[in-house]
Write a protein that binds this ligand. Sequence first.
Ligand code: GAL
Length: 751
Amino acid sequence: MRNILIQSPASRLCRPRISFSSRWRHVGVTIGVTLGVTIGVTFFSACSPKISETTDSGSIVFSESLSGVWEAKVGEPEAVDYLTVSKPIPKKQAITDMPTNGFPEFAQDIEYTVKNGKTYLRIPLDREEKIYGLGMHFRSVQQRGKIKRLHMDHVGGQEDGRTHAPVPFYVSSKGYGMLINAARYIDVWVGTAVRKDSDNPPVVRDRNTDRNWSAAPYSDAIEILIPADGVELILFSGPEMMDAIKRYNLFCGGGPMPPKWGMGFWHRVPTLYSDMQVQAEVLQFEEHGFPLDVIGLEPGWQSASYPCTYEWDQSRWPNPEKSMKELDEQGVKINLWINPYIPPGSNIHNKLADYTGSHTVWAGEVPDYTLPDARGLLQEHFKSNHLDIGVSGYKIDEVDGYDAWLWPDVASFPSGLDGEQMRQIYALQMMAMINESFEERDQRTWGLVRGNTAGGNRFPFVLYSDHYSHQNFITALVNSGFNGVLWTPEVRNSPTGEEWVRRMQTSCFSPMATINAWASGTKPWSFPEVYEEVKAAALLRLQLFPYFYSAFADYHFEGIPPFRAVQLEKGFLDISEEEKGTLDGEKNPYALARQREIKDQYMAGPNLLVAPLYAGETSRKVVLPPGKWFDFYTGEFVGENEVIIAEHGIDKLPVYVRDGGMIPMIPETLHTPSDGEQVPLTFRIYGTAPGEFLLYDDDGTSYAYASGRYNRVKVSIEYSESGEAISKIDAVNPAYPWAYQEMKFEFMTLD
Ligand code: GAL
């Protein structure tokens, strides 16, 4: 199905020049569809020595590989890309069960050129079209009008595509998604550039006299440059943006299913903490009645770090096996911090020395884990030193890079990959390798990583950053759902108690509720003046365990991101014909508000809208998604199709529930339920509309769910004509785990 250039005799004499004229586009599509080849070249009438060589160009021919998923190969894609590294197994049945609106017509007009070792793409845009995704941005959500170089990096403050998750996937408000599957620094002009032969050019204006002159004139295309001889493209259909995202996630294997303990509270201790200090800290959590499921050990658990030995430090951790056992008996799992670089002379280096790249990082060598033998050696080391004694997972640090200390792009690796490719895939490769080790022992893991990209969707790792702005953290959370990644707004320290509690509240409504006290030594009770509020937020997180766990099941089985933008809510971006072009803050404020950039509120699970308050704020605007919404805490109606003002003291994070929203909760607890534990469950019911909820349960620790050993049960509420509530619960399979024998309903809005 590869596109090939049909050479005319003239091309041997003269160099062909690419043309994006609609005439040639038309020819390309017609012939491409019937013969499986495309033509898209025109020729100069006379030879010119200045013309550069064109290898291949034309319109792209896609072929449907799964319902609503089309793939195309342009030129000669490289052997290593994001999907060859992550090796996802698409959830075919779930994709087939989804609605599709067929092949998007505009995609026939996508054009490509492969020239001088680079691939150029031009993807048409409609005037009203909005673009989301293209990685984890910390300051913006809508990407049309932006220029990005998708480059794996830490985040400092830049908004140029260098980020912890430079995912080359985007969704369009027109209802499609596109994956550009190349492990390269990809440049994307998201509706910023204008070709002189554009079908839809901007108006020429005189800046001297025309107030509407713009420095950024209208552009009708996304243009993309991949520094490689070809690329694989994968197109995902709607009808809605959410459908395209679901397809993308399912194509990449579905979201990860956390172990139950992953949904509890996490605390990372100061870097040089010993076994005794960790024990004392765990006791303090118990004494304070503060939830705790996981303790994270930072670099000092190792005999040396930066580069890392992956060996326990004998003075701080003389008997790690005994320590793991004791902590496990207290209901606490251990997560280990690592980075990939290994010091010459260490045991791990002795094993891996033949498999490292040309450059070092902090004088440590950089293993090439694309080589199966190298992977095997590290996996064996981790197994015997960590997994076999009870370590539950890892925090994979420094895989995003920082130019000053990382290998440069000129680096080379034994597999033949270059520095650029390795930088783009390192995080993916580390996650794949560690995930495989846990899968092999049928043990779920949950951890952290500082880099992720396309294909990493199914790996059980949550992104974090050294960048530390509460506002930016929420924008990153909003963006994570467009990109198939998870993000934690972890809490480290705060200048005031007010900021501490505001940060803790949002962390408790995220994929990982966590304090990272590696440098600060903070504890949940570090700000006594707000301790009760902080504790309430953490206890609420645990009470919401069945809700969040079920939301992750929706991610795994249906590809629905558990944390995501409000723009993905049905009808959110819709405006009526009359409203188009006439949006006005006086006449149609709600429509106008929905079209604007919204980056400070998000959906959590199927029914909750979260609108964080930041330090210094006592109220804020909340743009409600269409329909009626109710206050989470009181059940009171708060608004319908409007922008509301949220006011909450520091005791509460503004959270709203949709009409008919059902929220399953368990009693206050300090640990998530263990395998086989029975817990009573209360469904809070909001509003007056009928509702339904898919409540999920499994053993919480193994991969048995992957072979169908789980319950995903529909619970619904309807109302009779006289207003009487009727609840229905689908049959639970008693052969599979089910923790909720007792179930009650609490009507929050209705008496
Ligand atoms: C940083 C990381 C922090 C902490 C620290 C330990 O790179 O982002 O979360 O783990 O290393 O040295």
